[in-house]
Design a protein around this ligand. Structure first.
Ligand code: HEC
Length: 125
């Protein structure tokens, strides 16, 4: 009998510990979600700020891919600072990237076009 009781007490304690853990987690989760609504009204009152958030979140995957291609291909011989520092027109980039090919840059036709397009779009800003 005694053994059984001890076992039962151990089970109850274990269940309480787990329940407390769940409650604690639930409470902290609640307090977080409580603080969010209070910070929302200013954001929702400005309709323009909401649209800015959408543009920030929606980065064009093609642009990201082109950016990565430049970072991989153009960082082999010199730092990318050299690339980002250069402000060139599209034609000037064609001349430069052609020269990089003579320097030893290896790119496919497709990569070449993507790189030139991307660099030209950065300089247009
Ligand atoms: C195989 C090595 C190599 C690779 C790969 C390379 N470069 Fe260069 N880059 C050089 C060397 C060498 C120089 C300095 C001599 C010169 O200007 O040609 C240079 C200089 C430059 C310059 C400064 C001169 C200028 O034309 O304004 C820019 C900008 C540049 N590289 C951009 C790029 C870009 C963009 C890529 C990727 C498409 C790239 N490089 C990839 C070797 C390389």
């Amino acid at each position: 009998m005694r053994r059984y009781r001890r076992y039962a007490v151990a089970v109850i304690v274990a269940v309480l510990v787990v329940a407390l853990g769940v409650l604690a987690a639930g409470c902290s989760g609640n307090s977080e979600s409580d603080s969010q609504p209070s910070s929302q009204p200013p954001a929702s009152s400005g309709g323009s700020s909401a649209s800015t958030g959408t543009t920030d979140g929606g980065v064009d995957p093609a642009v990201q891919e082109a950016q990565q291609l430049v970072e991989v291909r153009c960082s082999m011989c010199h730092s990318l600072d050299r690339v980002w520092a250069a402000k060139k027109t599209r034609d000037e980039w064609v001349v430069s990237v052609d020269r990089m090919k003579r320097n030893g840059l290896v790119v496919t036709e497709e990569e070449y076009a993507t790189i030139v397009d991307h660099l030209a779009s950065l300089s247009n800003k």
